[in-house]
Design a protein around this ligand. Structure first.
Ligand SMILES: [Zn+2]
Length: 126
């Protein structure tokens, strides 16, 4: 009789542990599903914002950007800040810097190191 009581207690403990584990799993699955929904929403918003920006860019420049992005697996463009490409962090100097300084503001320039399109701003240090 005593062995039966011990076994029933062990069974009750195991069943309680199983119930807690199931509840933990359900909670984790809900958190995962919520996170996936957030990611899907963010992706949708990001794609819409990108499409809006892309609509204002010339087709050849956008094609170049996409080609670089695909080939490098990174961004297709990077800011030029304080004479350094923010994509690869290499600072421009010498002839390369002079070429960037003297280039037409509308000319599309690319980083010689990482090939990204260099985006010149007031912070480019030119
Ligand atoms: Zn670069």
């Amino acid at each position: 009789m005593e062995r039966l009581e011990v076994a029933e207690k062990a069974l009750a403990v195991a069943q309680a542990g199983l119930a807690k584990a199931k509840a933990d799993r359900e909670r984790a699955e809900q958190l995962r599903d919520d996170a996936l929904a957030d990611i899907a929403d963010g992706t949708t918003r990001h794609e819409a914002a990108r499409a809006e920006v892309a609509a204002g860019i010339s087709a050849p420049l956008l094609a170049l950007y996409d080609r670089i992005r695909t080939q490098t697996g990174t961004s297709g463009a990077a800011a030029l800040r304080h004479r350094a490409c923010q994509g690869c962090r290499i600072e421009l100097y010498g002839n390369e810097l002079a070429a960037v300084r003297n280039a037409d503001p509308h000319e599309v320039l690319r980083c010689e190191n990482c090939s990204r399109i260099l985006v010149r701003t007031a912070e480019s240090g030119l």
